[in-house]
Design a protein. Sequence first.
Length: 268
Amino acid sequence: MEYYARDIGLERDRKFRRPRLQHGAVVVLVYELLLDLIYGDQGYFLYYGSTDQKEDVHWAIQTGLQGKDQPVVDKISKMVASLIDSGLFEPRLAEQGILTSHRIQRTYYRATVERREVQIQPAYWLLSPEEMQLLSRKSAILRQFDRGENGVYGANNGEDPPREAQSKEKDSTRSGGGPRALDIYVEDVLDTDEGQQLRPDYPQLFGGIGQHRVLLTDAQIDSLMIQIGHEAFDYYVEKLADYIGHKGRFVKDHYRTILKWAREDGKV
């Protein structure tokens, strides 16, 4: 891509807390340089597995940081590792030598919606068909999922079958507009059927174990998307998950809580 949208207040993302304590504010710039490499190369991921691949990435970052107090390669390597550990990149794929995340792929998905042909590698794709539909229904990537091309059947390395092929018993859990569980991971919001066994190989908030779930009906999700937009939706759902999981608070109505916070922040 020649252009990508940058989140306002990116440097204030709580996932930067630990890397900034370890390496200072320069680690945020290292992250942005990695984004530039990702979007300018494969578009939604970066190879970071072999020694040569890592050396190329480290050299590119060091060049981007050229000037006073330029960090050495070893320091850059440690900063990249810290960004991975904090959840800014998907750790499971990072172990395979792939740097990507849900946030990166959402940006790529939005940026390529108007393209007629977009090829992805299923093993590296993290967004579920449901999440892509919320972003846009006219993407060539989503059409690959709909047709099951190249074995692409949603997120999780293409291991899951398409929704329409799942059992009627499981589909019945969502009939009538019942609550949908939004599983909050380090980087993003993924939806799954309530009561479905959760995949243990996904990183959790701050790398912890367990699931902090925000329950919203499909109608409520659509309503929030219309009222506050995709970016604010992602922010408040993750904020609520953190509020529930890490502060031990009970929230009776998740939809009204998100809407209340958005109104207080002037998003509605």
